[in-house]
Every structure is written in structure tokens, then in C-alpha cells.
Unconditional design. Structure first.
Length: 366
């Protein structure tokens, strides 16, 4: 068997090479590269796909979160509830606007923020909650929204890993007040470079984010807000339009792979991903747990199988968050020790999945 990469982006993009080439040619021929027809079309298409009124293309996922927090006037002195186990961008967006991230531990089965633990983390300074739909599986949004409504808090979804997933039939990105997403190349809907978007059905927030991403300007050379330069460029928007066409098909393939893994690995001595009945995940990652994770990872590596840990160090243990070094967040810390993401991508074959599963079993037998 050939080595199995964690995610073969070259091969994935090659599978739709013609439509990506056509997108590139369209932009080249138009001679228009920033804030043009491709962005406008992509925004309309992706807003419709996510069942929201507005999609605003921005520079990346971190900026999508940051511009949203600014649009809600969240800043110094404010607190924002974030999951203790997430990619650090969720925390950094809060820090970047001068507010304080307040971590809440996950449910140990879903790895997503535990709604039951949020209320006790809320103070008089709390302004917002950012649930993350980790690994492509929506967080349990109904109790989060109910609590937020009761306490007057904003709910901003971090939907960077969840494009196309559903919660009780509703699209990720349409479940809170607003959402941020990322088109980093490895995401389910990935550009060929950096990109991100804000999703919302709130007209005022949409207008403010549009203004903030473009130097705080709505009329050229008139700047009412101290804004940023954070725009999704025409080339990436055109690539994303081509990829949006195949997103559902690709997500179906990811689901098949996840099902195949879960069938083959029932007796492998590891903890398999848990899927509550109310979600329809898109398997951005297939994450298992094992007490002997490092041995397992090394064993797979020896057989040419690449795996990744998402994420090896929780945000509160990062050097950039000195203030949190004393914090003990046992579930996030335990997960960081035990989790392992197996290869998954729409271009993985049935044989490759089988090969990985067999390698997992022989590792357990040893
Ligand atoms: C990828 C990711 C981001 C950040 O996206 P970038 O485009 O890389 O800035 C934010 N949150 C989560 C959960 C992510 O996975």
C-alpha cells in the first residue's frame, strides 16, 4: 500500500481541476481582483446554502470571528465564553478585540462545549458565547440559545469545521445570532489560499462587518469606522464557487468513510466518535481516543499512515496565555492526551480506509 497522507489536497483539487482552471481564467480575463462579481456571486450562493440572509467574505476565519466581535461592540472589560478545547483562533479573536476569553469544558462524548456548564461561567461582564462545531459536528445549540436569550447574550457560532453540517435539520451557520467560518485549504469548503466569511441574518451586523472588512468604509475614501483590510479576493471567491458545487457530494463521501471506520473499528479497543441523534455531522475530522495514543500514532506512522492531533496543547496551556497557566481544565487536558485524527478526505478509497483500520487492529493486538 502507498503511504496514506492525512489529507491529500493536491489530489482533491485535481479531481475538479477543470472547473478550478475555468474559475482562474474567468478572474484573469476580467482584470478585477478585489470586491468584484465573483465575491458577490459567492456571497449570494453561500448565504443561500447556509440558510442565512447575508454572507460577507473576509480574509480568514480568525478575522471573521474578530470582525463579528467588533461589530457587536465587544471589547476591553467584556468576557466571552469559549470552549476549553478548540483551535486557538476562537480564543485569539476574543483577545484580539481586548476582551477576555472564559473557557468552558466540553461534554466528554461529543468534545463540544457542555451547555450545562455555561451558566456558572457567566458574570456581569459576559457579552457573548462562541460555541464551536468541532470536527464538523454542531454543538448542542438549543440549550445554548435558550440560556443566551434568558441572559441577553450574543451567540456567535464558530462554524469553521462544519460547512454543510446540520443540527435538528438546520444549517450550521444559521443557528446563532451570527457565525464565522474559514476557507483555509484543509476545511471541508477550502480555498486555494486563505479565506473566511461571516454569516448572519441581522442586517445591521452584516452592514457593519462589510464596512469593517473594507477600511471602515462604505463610500470610497470616506471612513466612518477604524476598520481593517480583510477581504476575500476574487480568485479565492471564484475557486470557492467551484468547490461549493461539489461540497455536498464531498461531505457524503466523508460520511461514508466515517461509517466505514466506525464499522471496522468497533472492537479495536479505542473510543470511537460519538454522534448524538440530533446532528448530521460533516466529518471534517474523524477523531478517536486511546490511552496509548502516542504508541498508536507511531505504529501507524511506521506503516505509512499519517495522523494528526487536533489539538495537542489546549489554548490555556499555550505560552501566549500566561494568565491561564494556573487554570486546571481537566477534560480539555485529558482529551489533548488521548485524541487522534485518522486520515479522512473525499478522495480516500475504500481500500485505504480498510488498510488504516487493519493497522489500528494490529497495533491493539501487540
Ligand atoms: C480553522 C479554524 C479557525 C480559523 O480559521 P483561519 O481561516 O485559519 O483563520 C477558527 N476556528 C476553528 C474551529 C478552526 O478550525
Amino acid at each position: 500500500m502507498k503511504p496514506i497522507p492525512f489529507l491529500d489536497l493536491g489530489c482533491l483539487n485535481q479531481s475538479i481541476r477543470e472547473s478550478l482552471d475555468a474559475a482562474c481564467r474567468r478572474v484573469m480575463d476580467s482584470g478585477w481582483f478585489i470586491m468584484g462579481p465573483e465575491l458577490e456571486a459567492f456571497e449570494a450562493e453561500f448565504a443561500q446554502y447556509c440558510d442565512v440572509k447575508h454572507c460577507i467574505g473576509v480574509g480568514n476565519g480568525l478575522e471573521a470571528l474578530h470582525l463579528l466581535l467588533r461589530a457587536y461592540d465587544i471589547g476591553p472589560g467584556d468576557e466571552v465564553i469559549v470552549p476549553s478545547n478548540t483551535f486557538i483562533a476562537t480564543w485569539l479573536a476574543v483577545s484580539e478585540c481586548g476582551a477576555t476569553p472564559i473557557p468552558v469544558e466540553p461534554n466528554v462524548d461529543t468534545h463540544n462545549i457542555d451547555p450545562a456548564l455555561i451558566a456558572s461561567a457567566v458574570t456581569s461582564r459576559t457579552r457573548a458565547i462562541i460555541p464551536v462545531h468541532l470536527y464538523g459536528q454542531p454543538a448542542d445549540m438549543d440549550p445554548i440559545n435558550a440560556l443566551a436569550a434568558k441572559l441577553g447574550l450574543i451567540v456567535i457560532e464558530d462554524a469553521a469545521q462544519a460547512q454543510g453540517s446540520r443540527y435538528k435539520g438546520r444549517s450550521a451557520g444559521s443557528l446563532g445570532h451570527s457565525a464565522a467560518t474559514s476557507f483555509y485549504p484543509g476545511k471541508n469548503l477550502g480555498a486555494l489560499g486563505d479565506g473566511g466569511a461571516v454569516l448572519t441574518s441581522d442586517d445591521a451586523i452584516a452592514n457593519k462587518v462589510r464596512q469593517l472588512r473594507n477600511y471602515g468604509s462604505t463610500v470610497k475614501y470616506k471612513h466612518d469606522l477604524a476598520g481593517y483590510n480583510s477581504r476575500l479576493d476574487e480568485m479565492q471567491a471564484a475557486f470557492l464557487r467551484a468547490k461549493l458545487v461539489v461540497l455536498d457530494e464531498w461531505n457524503v463521501r466523508r460520511r461514508e468513510i466515517a461509517t466505514q471506520y466506525s464499522d471496522l473499528l468497533v472492537d479495536a479497543g479505542i473510543i470511537l466518535p460519538f454522534v448524538p441523534e440530533y446532528v448530521d455531522p460533516v466529518w471534517h475530522l474523524y477523531v478517536i481516543r486511546s490511552k496509548r495514543r502516542d504508541t498508536l500514532k507511531a505504529h501507524l506512522e511506521q506503516q505509512g499512515i499519517s495522523t494528526v492531533i487536533h489539538y495537542p496543547i489546549p489554548p490555556h496551556r499555550q505560552a501566549c496565555y500566561q494568565d491561564f497557566q494556573g487554570h486546571h481544565l481537566p477534560i480539555a487536558e485529558m482529551l489533548a492526551e488521548e485524541i487522534l485524527s485518522l486520515p479522512i478526505s473525499p478522495v480516500m478509497s475504500v481500500n485505504e480506509v480498510e488498510f488504516v483500520a487493519r493497522a489500528m487492529e494490529t497495533s491493539y493486538a501487540k
